[in-house]
Design a binder for this molecule. Sequence first.
Ligand SMILES: [Fe+2]
Length: 244
Amino acid sequence: MKTKWAILSDIHGNLEAIRAVAQDLRRERVERIAFLGDAVGYGADPNECLSLLKSLASLIVAGNHDYGAVGLTDLSYFNPLAKAAIIWTGKKLTEEGRVFLRGLPLWREVEGITFVHATPNEPGEWDYIFTPPEARESFRAMSGEVAFIGHSHYPLIFAEKEDGIVSVFEKEEFILQEGMRYIINVGSVGQPRDRNPGAAYGLYDEGSRKYLLKRVSYDVPTAQKKILKAGLPPFLAQRLASGV
Ligand SMILES: [Fe+2]
């Protein structure tokens, strides 16, 4: 079956951003929505984001903030801002939200497509893929031709040729070539870090093999005010305006 997917990642408790993306998705007529982790952490509305996410996505994997907020991953390697937000989130989560996050898998594979938060080769290590050498191990671990990832909040595409040479590029629209394999970072819905503050998500049509990175503007000031009112670190509000 050839599916038309929407792939979302890293909502991070930003209700205004995920609402805007949900609105945008109504126009896109996708068949399935996948979410690549970090529903919570940083933003002020973890429970509301989880409710909306559950109504949207039929495939959801865990991110490091999701597991961190429910005690399933070590908090010692998080930076102080992230750690403060994770501890705040852990206290704020409802029991239902906690049970849901604890039950999320680290990765899923559907129709030969891998869906994972960090890396396909060691999903629970929470490593980042920014360069071709970092992508190489993950390509080795993939049985299919495409993996979608999040985690860095920076949209990037890694392409592996049949001879094993891996290149990296940034493109908002492209057709996946036969014989190539890809690791595609779809960016972040709720805390973009590529100097574009618009909520990011990916669309992939298995039939036409077309990938599209979408950007959606949303009510940043409201998301910022909620973060400040919650007593979360002010930088977490400031960064939303510039997308860093
Ligand atoms: Fe994240």
